[in-house]
Design a protein around this ligand. Structure first.
Ligand SMILES: [Zn+2]
Length: 472
């Protein structure tokens, strides 16, 4: 702008110089037209012509610039509004991720006002900000507006499902999650929502395919995740199978093909996750009742080797249909082939059976197989009983003392909230998560609680029991 003004002044000076030079030149110009007659000096005529031409050019330029001014002004303003809008959007998203509802809401309002060109973006920010601030009504409105555009519909339904879930509206949550899964059938996020909602209502047939989507999208490097998903698969196969194999009180009738399919699914799941002993009991029980004792026995033995459990041993005893001595002998044979962490549990169970049958020697031999460091409360209690039978008071006291510091026996414990339960449930009674109960030695229980429980149990001389924080 300044440069142009400068060149204009320079041009005027040059023109004046040229004009004064021309004025000093000799010569006349005479113009006659109708009754008009003009006589001027040629130099002046040239100067007038040049000035007139220059003025015309200048006037033309000025006119064009004036015409284009509103457009230039408008586009510059729009540019600045967009930049400010994007800045508000960025700051708003940062506030959302930092969990700052007030700032998020302020920036979302700014972005809504400034950025008219990207309504999906500003709606998403407004939804997140409203959600963060606890304004579920506004969040719902924005999430719903996202569902109207193809690009953002998926996110809109996911947001609506989450809102409905938080509002304890499971039907709405499921409908929205299903819409999201329909839009993106391979989305683990949508499938996980459908899985949890269908599992909560016990609709195992609908939960199973959703779980398959989650498994297909899993991170193969994460083995903990894999074990958790496999357990969910086993649990769904178990719960589906339970209804079909045991019948559901005549509400629905299942054909032979249904039973066969349910058994196959559960057996496949158990092959990958053999430690889920309620599943083993269910399948083995079916084959026992169907007269296939061989198959039932094989399943029980495999299940017992993977996870030694008294209920499995009891069913084996029924199947084998032998006297106490032969039962203990068969159990001992099974135990002798076992290694690792579960071998101690198996030896304890066999020792308890031997003690109950009055075969003290075998019980002692079985308990001696377990390293002292690995003996749990149950093992020490059996040793105390052995000592008591031998009237060895010092031995009883020593065994009970050791029991005080020993690992607790296995029980159902939620892998998420660590609350323990005497019975298996599909959902944790404390945190309500699906398929999180694991048959294990208690972890993450405060030492105080362990000590108190052990003292109570050993002091009363009762059979080992697990605490149940839920009171069930
Ligand atoms: Zn839990």
């Amino acid at each position: 702008m300044l440069f142009r003004l400068f060149s204009l002044v320079l041009f005027l000076i040059l023109a004046a110089v040229a004009a004064s030079w021309l004025a000093r030149q000799p010569g006349e110009l005479r113009l006659e037209w109708l009754d008009w007659r003009v006589e001027i000096r040629t130099s002046l005529a040239v100067a007038i012509l040049v000035t007139l031409a220059a003025f015309l050019v200048f006037a033309d330029r000025l006119w064009r610039r004036l015409l284009s001014l509103p457009g230039w002004f408008g586009s510059s303003l729009r540019h600045r509004r967009d930049a400010a809008g994007h800045r508000a959007l960025t700051l708003g998203l940062m506030a959302v991720s930092a969990g700052e509802p007030g700032e998020a809401k302020r920036q979302a309002t700014r972005a809504q006002r400034l950025l008219k060109s990207a309504p999906q973006l500003t709606d998403l920010l407004s939804a997140q900000a409203a959600h963060l601030a606890g304004d579920k009504r506004a969040a719902g409105r924005y999430f719903r507006s996202l569902t109207s555009s193809d690009d953002t519909a998926f996110l809109g339904y996911i947001g609506l499902a989450r809102l409905a879930h938080e509002d304890n509206r499971p039907d709405d949550a499921l409908a929205a999650a299903r819409q999201a899964l329909d839009l993106k059938p391979k989305s683990a996020l949508a499938a996980a929502q459908v899985l949890s909602l269908e599992a909560a209502r016990g609709n195992w047939a609908a939960a199973a395919p959703a779980l398959d989507v989650v498994i297909a999208a899993r991170d193969p490097a994460n083995s903990t995740d894999l074990a958790r998903l496999q357990r969910q698969k086993t649990v769904i196969a178990y719960l589906q199978g339970k209804v079909i194999i045991e019948g559901d009180g005549g509400k629905a009738s299942f054909g032979k093909a249904d039973v066969k399919r349910a058994l196959r699914q559960l057996e496949t799941a158990l092959a990958a996750d053999p430690g889920f002993w309620p599943g083993v009991l269910l399948v083995a029980g079916y084959y026992r009742d169907a007269g296939n004792k061989r198959k039932a026995g094989k399943l029980l033995e495999a299940g017992f080797r993977a996870m030694p459990q008294t209920a499995l041993a009891d069913m084996m005893r029924d199947l084998w249909d032998v006297n106490d001595g032969a039962y203990v002998a068969k159990l001992m044979k099974l135990v002798s082939g076992m290694q690792g962490d579960t071998a101690g549990d198996a030896a304890s169970i066999a020792a308890a059976a031997a003690l109950a049958a009055g075969i003290d020697g075998e019980a002692k031999a079985l308990l001696a197989r377990i390293d002292d460091a690995e003996k749990d409360v149950t093992a020490w209690q059996l040793l105390a009983r052995l000592a008591e039978m031998n009237e060895d008071a010092a031995g009883v006291a020593a065994a009970l003392r050791s029991a005080g510091d020993a690992p607790r026996p296995r029980s159902w414990q939620c892998q998420s909230c660590h609350v323990m339960s005497n019975e298996w449930h599909s959902h944790c009674r404390n945190c309500d998560l699906f398929a999180t109960l694991d048959w294990r030695r208690p972890e993450h229980v405060t030492p105080l609680a362990i000590e108190a429980d052990v003292n109570r149990e050993t002091g009363a001389g009762a059979t080992p029991a697990t605490t149940d924080a839920t009171g069930n």
